[in-house]
Design a protein around this ligand. Structure first.
Ligand code: INI
Length: 197
């Protein structure tokens, strides 16, 4: 039998990452991103957005992160997707909704696609606490990048050693869209034609 464990040194230059970042509280998320990039770069990943290894997706806030992360994972382009956001309790009565939906959605994106999707949404009571986690004391962005490197490598090893149907989760998560029915049709469109609008 075997022990499977991700490592941080096995050809990181061959890995591809998608990073989804919430603009809300960008004072914090920008710093998380900088920490994340620093870690990836120092492990040999080319972080240039015009290069071949990392794509960046900016979204309005943490609530939107999961949807974009799921689409990115479904593309099969990435070995891991890293989600960066900051939800601060003091700023909103709907903290629990935004944080809860982000957590649930990000977990679902990972389960449904079989692609590691790293939960890098910082949830704190105050801006001060968030900033402490985004560079003032330590930078969790660095840790999230480590998590992504480890999981990407672990999944690579597992795909190599175990028989995992590569696209089963994707097909389950993304069944072929049904033909439009009467209610979905645009004026003049017949059943069976795909909506272009
Ligand atoms: N989004 C965040 O990322 N962090 C927050 O603290 C936050 N607050 O405070 O409301 C927040 N709200 C925006 C939300 O993520 C969506 O972008 C918005 O509701 C539109 O869907």
């Amino acid at each position: 039998m075997a022990v499977f464990e991700g490592n941080f040194h096995q050809d990181p230059a061959s890995l591809r990452f998608g990073i989804v970042i919430g603009r809300f509280n960008d004072l914090v998320t920008g710093k998380l991103l900088a920490g994340c990039q620093d870690c990836l770069k120092r492990h040999g990943v080319d972080i240039n957005p015009h290069g071949t290894q990392v794509d960046y997706f900016w979204v309005p806030g943490s609530f939107e992160i999961a949807m974009v992360a799921r689409q990115a994972a479904l593309s099969r382009r990435y070995d891991a997707v890293i989600c960066l956001g900051a939800v601060i309790r003091g700023q909103t009565p709907h903290f629990d909704f935004v944080a809860g939906e982000a957590a649930k959605g990000i977990a679902a994106a990972s389960f449904q696609t079989g692609v590691p999707v790293v939960f890098g949404v910082v949830t704190t009571d105050t801006m001060q606490q968030a900033l402490e986690r985004a560079g003032i004391k330590s930078n969790l962005g660095w840790s999230y990048a480590m998590n992504a490197l480890e999981m990407a490598n672990l999944m690579k090893q597992m795909r190599h050693e175990l028989t995992i149907p590569p696209y089963s989760y994707v097909e389950e998560a993304n069944p072929a869209l049904p033909a439009p029915t009467g209610e979905d049709l645009l004026p003049g469109q017949k059943t069976g034609e795909v909506n272009q609008a």
